[in-house]
Design a protein around this ligand. Structure first.
Ligand code: RET
Length: 133
């Protein structure tokens, strides 16, 4: 399978607004965030991942090991704490974020030369596509 590792630039961002509303992110932050073109840097060493999201407004970082539950503080997003776990399901990196919000999580996968990311919260799904920098 293809590596998720590397640097990726956002090229499309479907229903980010709905996802942010579901997370309870305030209007002013949503207006700024919706105009961003974040860059993702994904580092993998065996089962250990670090995923960094960089933007001109705010950055976000998450580190985890496959199959190991971790305390996921969504600092700079909605600032909630989730009990999260990431697993490979086929060639997709799937995270379940257990916490205050129902049906929360994300899935990363590579399709051709694109990185796909689906973000879910409650009944909202945001679909992002990235291309290698
Ligand atoms: C930004 C800007 C501030 C407001 C929001 C943001 C959203 C970031 C997201 C990051 C997802 C990261 C994942 C990492 C996996 O390890 C761009 C920081 C709402 C949704 C899935």
């Amino acid at each position: 399978s293809v590596s998720l590792g590397g640097t990726w630039n956002l090229v499309s961002n479907d229903n980010f607004e709905g996802y942010m509303v579901a997370l309870g992110i305030d209007f002013a932050t949503r207006k700024i965030a919706s105009k961003l073109k974040p860059q993702k840097v994904i580092k993998q060493e065996g089962d250990a991942f670090t995923i960094q999201t960089f933007s001109t407004f705010r950055n976000y970082e998450c580190s985890f090991k496959i199959g190991e539950e971790f305390k996921d503080v969504t600092k700079g997003l909605d600032n909630r704490t989730c009990q999260s776990v990431v697993n490979w399901i086929d060639d997709r990196l799937v995270c379940v974020q257990r916490g205050e919000k129902k049906n929360r999580g994300w899935t990363h996968w590579v399709e051709g030369d694109e990185l796909h990311l689906e973000l879910t919260c409650e009944d909202q799904v945001c679909k992002q596509v990235y291309k290698r920098a």
